[in-house]
Design a protein around this ligand. Structure first.
Ligand code: HPA
Length: 269
């Protein structure tokens, strides 16, 4: 998308929502869409009304941009994401993220559903992502012109934002694990051998999203933090069979904790 297409997107959004004061961007992962109900004075725009936005094709992702307020902050909530595995487009979330940046988002909070390699973090747990390993070898910045593509990924998960989440979790008595997210492209779940390999490489959780979004957000200069909701122990580490239905059901177990963390974060932002 060209710069003036992005500006047009931003104009459409602002025309509908009214002016926003440095909104915080939030991306809601599988089964976490309900969080959008916490937005007050909400303006809801379907992705279909936003040129260049993807058409979400995964159950649990509704495809709406919700603008409004949570606590003291203006927010722009992407309720539903598109994944690399849907059409083989690693940059599927580029237009939504560029639109958020264009309406003034400097901070982006991402959520996802993930499998756990941490024994202590079972289904229903929340894990703060501190770093990632891109197991696909594919970057959403392929073909990006200019020097913006050479993004420094040290501290991509902003340490100051992470520390704020840790402090909020302690205060709110929410158990918040921390770890490294291994990004697999999916849509199949991993093999037990892949999980053993990921463990050797330093992974604590595995999932099929988020990492490309973090790379794009960093290239746009946004500060990022990400929370994983654990829906299952990773393949081969438990006897339970994995399925999307199972992911959606178990994401609901952690919804309350994630909601608390996000609302507190936004209330004091
Ligand atoms: N692997 C990859 N993605 C996931 C998983 C998993 O085990 N659980 C939820 N999303």
């Amino acid at each position: 998308m060209r710069e003036h297409d992005i500006q047009r997107l931003a104009d459409i959004v602002i025309e509908r929502s009214g002016p926003l004061q440095k909104p915080v961007g939030v991306v809601l992962g599988t089964g976490l869409g309900e969080f959008a109900e916490d937005v007050t004075q909400a303006t809801v725009i379907g992705y279909a009304d936003l040129p260049g936005f993807p058409k979400p094709g995964v159950e649990g992702h509704s495809g709406r941009l919700v603008l409004g307020r949570i606590g003291n902050r203006d927010v722009a909530v992407l309720q539903g994401r598109t994944h690399y595995y849907e059409r083989g487009e690693i940059f599927a979330m580029k237009a939504p993220l560029r639109a958020l940046r264009a309406i003034g988002c400097e901070t982006l909070l991402l959520t996802n559903a993930a499998g756990s390699l941490l024994e202590a973090a079972g289904p229903g747990s929340v894990v703060l992502i501190r770093d990632h390993i891109n197991m696909t070898g594919v970057s959403p910045l392929f073909g990006e012109p200019g020097s913006r593509r050479f993004v420094d990924m040290v501290d991509a998960y902003d340490p100051a934002l992470c520390e704020r989440f840790v402090a909020i979790a302690e205060r709110e008595r929410v158990t918040l694990h921390q770890g490294v997210y291994a990004y697999f492209c999916g849509p199949n779940f991993e093999t037990p051998a892949e999980i053993r390999a990921a463990r050797v490489l330093g992974a604590d959780v595995v999932g099929m999203s988020t990492a490309p979004e973090v790379i794009m957000a960093r290239s746009l200069g946004m500060c990022v933090a990400a929370l994983s909701v654990i829906t299952n122990y990773a393949a081969g580490t438990d006897t339970e069979a994995l399925s999307h239905e199972h992911t959606m059901r178990n994401a609901a177990l952690a919804l309350r904790d994630v909601r608390r963390l996000l609302i507190q974060f936004l209330s004091e932002a």
